[in-house]
Each structure stands twice: as C-alpha cells, then as structure tokens.
Ligand binder design. Structure first.
Ligand code: ADQ
Length: 497
C-alpha cells in the first residue's frame, strides 16, 4: 500500500527567476509530520502548485526534480486564475471558512462559487485517479476538498479514502444556512474515515447528519470512533486533535543561535515583560478584540505602564480578499490609537510586526515572551498555543487561551482560559498573568509542555492512519512507523491534569 496525500497546496514554495522555476520545501507542522510517512510509503502529495498555469513544461520539470529532495513525489493540479478565484477565494474562503467559524454574516453565497468548487474538486480527483494504484490509501486534507470522494469512489473502488478537517465543524443552526448543505454532508460520508479536531466538531457533524439525513444510522466504532451508515455506505468518524513537532520546536528553542537572539531582544525590550500574539492575518484570530482588551488593561491597570509590551506578530495572508485588506487597516488603526494614547519616551506599548518571520526568529519571540495571548474567536486547533509551550524550555511562561480554540480542550486546565469577546476579563487575565510568581507559573507550564509533547503531530498521523484501517484487517505497523511515542489511541482528548 502507498499513501497519497491531497491538499489544496503542494508542500513546496515556487519561485521564478530568469533561469526558470525553483522550488523550496514548504514548512509547517503538516509537512514535517507527513514527509517521513510519505517517503517511507513511496508516497505522493497531490495539490495546486501555488501559481496559475496551464501547460508549463518547465514548471512540470521543476516539480518532478523536487522529488529527489522531498523523498516523495509531487503531483500538481493545474488551475486557471479563474478557477483559483471561484474555488479558493470564493467557495473556500468566502463561504466555508467564515461559515465553519460561526461568522455567517461574512459569507457570500454566490452560486457560481459552488460551480467552481465542484469543477475544481473534479480536477483534483482526476489527478488522484491518474496517480493512485489500486489499494493505495488516499488522505484528503481540509475544507477546500470535501467533495473528492464521490468521483474517487467511481474510479478507485478498492482504495480506502480518509478526510481530515483542520477547521471547526459548525452546529446545525449555522451549517444549515449553506445552500449546498445536503451535498456537502453526503460528500463527506462517502469517505471511509472523516477526522475532526475535537469531540465538539464531531458532535456537531453528527447533529447535522441527524437534522438533514434522518435515515442515517449511528453505532459505536472501534477505538473511540463512531460509525455512520447512510444509503449503502458506512463511514467512520473520529476526533483526532492535531499536534506539533514538539521535539523540533524544543530543539530550536534550546539552540545557541536562539539564545543569542533572545538576549538581543531582551536588551531591546529594556526589562519590560512581553505579552506575545502570533497569528495569520485572519478575522477568526480575534486580533482587533485582543488589541482592544490590551488597551483596556492599560486603562485599568496603570502598573502595567512602562512594564509590559504587547508584541503582535501578524503573517500576511489571503491579501487579495477585501475582508483581509479591511482587517489589516483596522489592526493598524487600533495599534496607532493605543500607542498614541499611552506611549512615553522609552516605552511603546504595542509593537506590531506585519510579515512572515523565519522559524528561528519566531521561536526567539516565543522564548522571549512572558505571556502568550492566544485569543481566536474560533479556531479548529491553534498551533501557536502549542508552539509557545514547546519553546518554553526553561519551564516558565503563561498561556492565555481562548475557550473557542480547539486546543482549549487539551490545554484549558493549565492555561488561563478566556472568552475573547469579554474585553474586561481578557484585560484582567493579562494583568493576572504578568503578576504571577515563578512558583505559580512553572507547575502549569510543566503540565502544558507534557501534554503538547505527549500528543505531538507524529502521534496524530499514527492515530489517523490506524483508524483508517478496515475493522476486519489486523492492524499494520503504520502507527509504530509514524509514532515514536508508541501505539496511539485515536481519540486523544485528555486534559492536562
Ligand atoms: P491556521 O489557521 O493557519 O491553521 P494555526 O494553527 O494558528 O492556524 O497555525 C498558524 C501557523 O502559522 C503556526 O504554525 C505559526 O507558527 C505560523 N505563523 C503564524 N504567524 C507567523 C509569522 N508571522 N511568521 C511565520 N510563521 C507564522 C489551520 C486551522 C487551525 C489548525 C491548523 C492545523 O485554522 O485551527 O490548528 O490548521 O490543523
């Protein structure tokens, strides 16, 4: 059996120079976790290369050449600029993304977006069909590609098909607003295994099936999963909270280069306590609310003045979409308002970094920070919370975490949990966090780090692949191969106690 991973983007960054195309390996937890599994399983990653193109022989050659470096193959799905607009910017990011994050007022239910989504999903499926051999496991990732299974079933009847949703799944009251709700649910049930981030997302999905597909039957599945039978098919559903590559973050955090950088940053901060926010530019991350909460903290607690600085790092994202341009302007406006209100010579209350920073620099920020302020309005998981904990190799630090982040299920008991909409409580949480003594901070951070370490991304891959095996087949060694932590259970939702 081989493994085929399918995601919207290929895990490479393409650059065009006078000499032609060049690739750099992509970064991120998913790539790190899946790369060793893919190379061991003679795997292929199917996805859009990230640039609009039709028939570019040089690009195809470059991608084929990248195989040697990655240790697995890449299969590009060429999309036109129009398809990219309708499917990615339209259906994925103006309908599913806001709806699944409970922000239905931001949805643009344009019928043509659905048409484009169906066309592009068929294109992805065709590339998978051309690439897969009978018996390969096909693992599809995320909300852009929920509709692949129907076509794959027709052409690959003997292949097992898995799907993992990285973002939340909404309750019926919200999901039912989707004009194509029945189609999306039925499409998902055509996979053999559908994974969600948390038990809440899984429960929401089951509630939606109950509401919209009353004929579906539910039974307990193996290893904490649920079996849903609808029409002639049975689909296994489970909660598989994604982790990070703990060891990699911990190693970089403990490196001499990062220690040196942290020393420089501390000198620049002139002894101030640092509260850190790190986010992709996105309205779900709650950045304006966070800035307002910090402003309230400064208004209510003068002892924070000259003692605490908020370092807010934002990585640009989806910049062609109007909402994201508006959000950027809104953030800049609040930052300048707060700084105008409070800055004194020698102290600027908010430092705003608007760019992607290198892994090493990001880890240095994590280590520098006395407090991480992770307050998304809604988040499938939120890896920043986990990365911050992994980087506290001196065992110190405080995590303030939104109750609406998927990671709160795992980390909530040792974090300071807040409602990100409640500005006064978030302000109080900031004041409380910076006032804690090391004796109060350390035991909680120890629990957080243990939890993030024990439920890392390798264990997540192992758990998903183990649950994807047919119930009547003895379990192969997929989990051992993918999980240094040993045989995982598929439903890792333990608290931090
Ligand atoms: P995202 O919404 O992208 O992911 P998140 O989980 O927070 O959200 O991951 C963001 C990543 O970007 C982190 O790995 C972080 O290190 C990196 N990053 C952020 N700011 C950066 C900067 N300025 N420079 C460089 N890197 C930066 C989706 C879902 C989440 C889910 C993940 C994984 O929305 O809920 O946790 O997938 O399943």
């Amino acid at each position: 059996m081989r493994l085929l991973v399918v995601s919207n983007r290929l895990p490479v960054v393409l650059e065009q120079t006078d000499q032609g195309w060049h690739t750099r390996p992509g970064s991120g937890g998913l790539v790190t976790a899946l790369a060793p599994v893919l190379s061991k399983w003679d795997g292929t990653w199917v996805g859009w290369p990230g640039v609009p193109h039709a028939d570019d022989l040089d690009l195809d050659r470059t991608l084929a050449g990248a195989v040697m470096e990655q240790g697995y193959k890449l299969a590009p799905v060429p999309l036109t600029a129009d398809e990219q607009r309708g499917f990615y910017e339209g259906f994925s990011n103006q309908i599913i993304w806001p709806l699944f994050h409970d922000l239905q007022s931001l949805c643009n239910f344009e019928p043509e977006y659905w048409t484009s989504y169906v066309t592009v999903n068929a294109k992805f499926a065709d590339v998978v069909v051309r690439t897969a051999r009978s018996g390969d496991f096909v693992w599809v990732h995320d909300y852009h590609l929920m509709g692949l299974a129907a076509r794959l079933r027709q052409h690959l009847p003997l292949n097992r098909l898995g799907f993992f949703l990285h973002i939340p799944f909404p309750p019926p009251g919200i999901f039912c607003k989707l004009p194509w709700r029945g189609e999306v649910l039925e499409d998902l049930l055509r996979y053999d295994l559908v994974g969600f981030q948390t038990p809440r997302d899984l429960a929401n999905f089951i509630d939606c099936v109950r509401t919209l597909l009353p004929g579906a039957r539910k039974r307990r599945g193996p290893r904490g999963t649920v079996r849903l039978s609808h029409r002639d098919r049975t689909c296994v559903l489970g909660a598989f909270p994604i982790g990070i590559d703990f060891q990699e973050f911990a190693d970089v955090a403990a490196s001499a280069a990062v220690a040196e950088r942290v020393k420089e940053l501390r000198a620049d901060m002139q002894g101030q306590r640092v509260v850190l926010g790190v986010d992709r530019l996105d309205y779900t991350k709650g950045i304006p609310y966070r800035l307002r909460a910090f402003q309230r903290a400064l208004r209510r607690f003068p002892d924070l003045h000259r003692n605490v600085t908020l370092l807010q790092v934002v990585v640009p994202s989806r910049e062609s979409v109007q909402e994201y341009q508006d959000l950027k302007a809104q953030i800049e406006q609040i930052v300048s308002q707060v700084n105008g209100e409070f800055t004194q010579p020698g102290w600027v209350p908010i430092h705003h970094v608007f760019r992607s920073v290198s892994r090493e620099e990001l880890v240095a920020y994590y280590r520098l920070a006395d407090v991480a302020l992770v307050t998304p309005l809604k988040d499938g998981m939120n890896l920043v919370a986990k990365e911050y904990c992994a980087c506290q190799c001196d065992g110190d630090g405080v995590l303030i975490l939104s109750e609406f982040a998927g990671s709160a299920v795992q980390l909530g008991r040792a974090a300071v949990v807040v409602n990100p909409y409640d500005l006064d409580r978030v302000a109080e949480a900031v004041h409380y966090a910076v006032s804690l003594t090391p004796q109060q901070r350390r035991p909680a951070m120890r629990k957080l780090r243990r939890n993030v370490r024990d439920h890392d991304v390798h264990r997540w891959v192992g758990a998903f692949l183990a649950a994807a095996e047919p119930a009547d087949r003895p379990r192969a060694d997929s989990d051992e191969r993918a999980s240094p932590a040993g045989r995982p259970r598929p439903r890792e939702v333990t608290g931090v106690s």
